[in-house]
Design a binder for this molecule. Structure first.
Ligand code: ADP
Ligand code: MG
Length: 210
């Protein structure tokens, strides 16, 4: 993926967060403070506005711009967490103009590690980690098995959706939802839902770029 394909991914994610804003908010109203849709839509609008003003020439600068904008424009927990994902992805990518499937896998893995370093989430805590970790694992296995970028991103999106669905019965152990204790069970995690949209956008962008 070159920088324009990455921008296509980011734009698709902005479009789908706007489209699904009410659903993300509804999920967050059940176990949080009903702002996840607004947080993601506002953050991604700010990102796209920044990119409309000029797209950085290298992958690291592009992803850094995305991450910094999310950190500075989103107040909720999700801003710094998604911000860290993109910042770490950029640091891992380096000053290149294109990422092949293996480089994107390494970049996504570094981003996931950054989220864990920042939020300390573990599997089953009912957070975005529960969609993102299986997605990154599926991306890696698809590539190890000889799959191309589009196949890996499609496998990642499917794994994210399965991880998102598996958050429903869980009791939250991190973030605002954990204040509810047992009452957090029976609802999807909003961050796992937005993470699935992120990987579905990536799958669409990679199918179009190949
Ligand atoms: P806030 O919780 O501050 O209102 P959002 O509603 O935008 O922020 O985001 C909530 C989402 O953030 C949760 O659904 C969860 O997926 C994610 N989240 C919260 N805390 C953590 C954490 N420590 N690690 C990973 N993800 C987290
Ligand atoms: Mg919230």
């Amino acid at each position: 993926m070159d920088t324009s394909a990455l921008v296509d991914w980011i734009r698709r994610f902005r479009d789908v967060t706007a489209e699904k804003r009410d659903w993300l908010t509804e999920l967050d109203s059940a176990i949080g403070d009903a702002d996840h849709g607004a947080n993601m839509a506002r953050g991604m609008d700010a990102v796209v506005a920044k990119l409309d003003a000029g797209v950085p020439a290298t992958v690291d600068e592009l992803l850094k711009t995305v991450g910094m904008t999310l950190v500075s424009s989103v107040g909720g927990a999700s801003g710094p967490l998604y911000g860290t994902l993109f910042l770490r992805m950029g640091m891992a990518a380096g000053p290149v103009t294109e990422l092949d499937a293996a480089a994107l896998a390494g970049s996504l893995r570094a981003g996931l590690d950054g989220i864990v370093a920042r939020g300390k989430a573990e599997a089953g805590d009912k957070t975005m980690f529960d969609a993102m970790a299986p997605a990154v694992d599926a991306f890696d296995s698809a590539i190890s098995g000889g799959g191309d970028l589009a196949a890996a991103a499609t496998a990642a999106a499917e794994a994210a959706a399965a991880g998102r669905d598996a958050t429903e019965p869980l009791v939250a152990r991190k973030g605002r939802a954990s204040y509810l204790g047992e009452r957090s069970a029976g609802h999807l995690d909003p961050g796992a839902a937005s993470t699935t949209l992120l990987f579905e956008s990536l799958a669409e962008a990679s199918r179009d770029s190949s």
